[in-house]
Every structure is written in C-alpha cells, then in structure tokens.
Write a protein that binds this ligand. Structure first.
Ligand code: ADP
Ligand code: MG
Length: 251
C-alpha cells in the first residue's frame, strides 16, 4: 500500500480498571479499502470503534484521520472530520420516521436531534441528500414509517443509511449483518461494495466469517485487546494463530 492512510491507529491502549480492552493496537485503513476486524466476544472490537469515534478516551496512542490527529476529540468533531458509524445495538430514535433519521444523520443525542430536525426540514441540501440516500438503500417505501417499528434487518439498514447521509470519508459498521438471514446479509454486502465504488472507505466488525471473507480487502484479528493476525482474507483464514483463537478455546 503506497497511498497515504485514511485512518491510522498508532499504539492505541484503552484500560478499564485492570482490563486492557485495547493493548497497543496499530493499523491503517487506506482510501477505498474495506477492512474487517474480527475476533472473539470481548476482544475489544467495539472499544476500538469507541476510541476512534471519541466515545471513549484512549489512555495512550493516536488516531489519525487523513494525516490529522483526531485523538480524543469530542464525537461531534470526529464526525464532522469525516467518520460515521453504526452501533452493535441499534440506536434509532423513538417516534421518528425513517425520513427524519436520514435528515438529522448524526445520532449524538436524542434531544439534540429533536432540536436539529426543524432546521433540516427547511434545508434543501439536507432534503436532497436524504432523498438520494433513501433511494440508494431502497428505503423509499419505508420513508414515513416509524423507524423502530420496522423489522430488525430494515432497522439495521436505516442505521447504515443514516450514517451515510453525512457523506463520511470513513464508515464504521459494528456487526452490520448480526441477526440477518443470508439474503439480507447479501443485500448489505452489495450495498457496502457500491458505497466503496462511490469512494467511501469502510471499517467493519463482523462475526459472520463467510460475510467478511467475501467482502473485505484486508482483515485484522483481535484477541484480548491485542492484534494477533492480519492479512488478506485467504491468508487470515489459514493462519494457525487465528484458528487457535477461534477454535482452540472452544475445543
Ligand atoms: N464502558 C466500559 N466499561 C468497562 N468495561 C468495558 C467498557 N466497554 C468495554 N469494556 C470491556 O472491554 C472489553 C472489550 O469489550 P468490547 O470492546 O465490547 O469487545 P467486543 O466488541 O470485541 O466484543 C470487555 O472486557 C468489556 O467488558
Ligand atoms: Mg462488540
């Protein structure tokens, strides 16, 4: 990879009391890449997203976005710098339609969203962008539905759509196909590939091995907060260290 990194984690450590959720984690995401993070439950994957997005403060290390140091900046500033995310546990707002979620785009807090919403209804740029994203994600017929009343797979899709409306440079997806059936997951895989074709870079956490293997350009494997392996999917799949982390423990 000769292109400068879009995202660069440098020696990130995050402690919770005696637990090292992240231990000296370093890696890059190049522009246009789809990069996967895999690892057992409790390995530190979501904590990594929380540090990148400013939800957690790193105890040491640096997060660089396109060469700019964004370490421990407040979440709204990191979002504005070009990083959007979805959540492992879906966070949609009660009593708001799909359309309203796309208008407000960033899920920082429910009260903030309710204050922002009226200004967005009056903003032609926001309306046009919401229309575009609604169509891209095939959500036109769901537009006026209460987002939380939708079937689970569609709620995940709305969350992803909301993250994209802000035109991020980097999209973080925390278990985007968890709980989905094969066809729903395949639709999400195709959407992620189309987003990449539009210039977006993607960093995703996922347990579904077939899904990551068929989607990601590159994989990082975490276990007990540390990176234990990385490489192209076919390399990682054959790595004895990875097999041990996944299978050895269960055996
Ligand atoms: N806010 C928090 N407070 C205390 N411990 C936490 C917190 N967030 C994560 N942890 C701990 O950090 C470790 C990694 O958790 P997490 O990042 O959620 O793992 P993963 O997403 O890989 O399943 C776990 O031991 C978890 O209990
Ligand atoms: Mg997690």
């Amino acid at each position: 990879m000769t292109a400068p990194a879009l995202l660069s984690l440098k020696n990130i450590t995050k402690l919770f009391g005696g637990i090292r959720a992240l231990a000296d984690v370093s890696f890059d995401v190049a522009p246009g890449q789809i990069v996967g993070v895999i690892g057992p439950n409790g390995a530190g994957k979501t904590s990594m997203f929380n540090v990148i997005t400013g939800a957690y403060k790193a105890d040491s290390g640096h997060v660089m976005l396109a060469g700019e140091d964004v370490t421990n900046q407040p979440p709204h500033r990191i979002a504005r710098a070009g990083i959007s995310r979805t959540f492992q546990n879906i966070r949609l707002f009660g009593g708001m339609t799909v359309w309203e979620h796309l208008l407000v785009s960033q899920p920082h807090s429910e009260s903030l969203m309710r204050r922002v919403l009226p200004t967005r209804w009056a903003d032609p740029t926001a309306l046009q962008r919401a229309e575009e994203v609604l169509a891209f994600f095939g959500l036109e017929e769901m537009k006026d539905r209460n987002a939380r009343s939708l079937p689970y797979g569609l709620q995940r899709r709305v969350e992803m759509a909301r993250a994209v409306t802000a035109r991020p440079k980097l999209l973080l997806l925390d278990e985007p196909v968890a709980g989905m059936n094969h066809d729903e997951a395949e639709d999400i895989r195709k959407l992620i590939l189309r987003l990449r074709d539009d210039g977006l870079s993607v960093l995703l956490i996922e347990h579904d091995m077939a899904f990551v293997m068929n989607l990601c350009d590159y994989l990082h494997v975490v276990d007990f907060g540390a990176m234990i392996a990385h490489g192209r999917p076919e390399e990682v799949r054959a790595d004895p260290v990875v097999l041990e982390a996944y299978l050895g423990r269960a055996a």
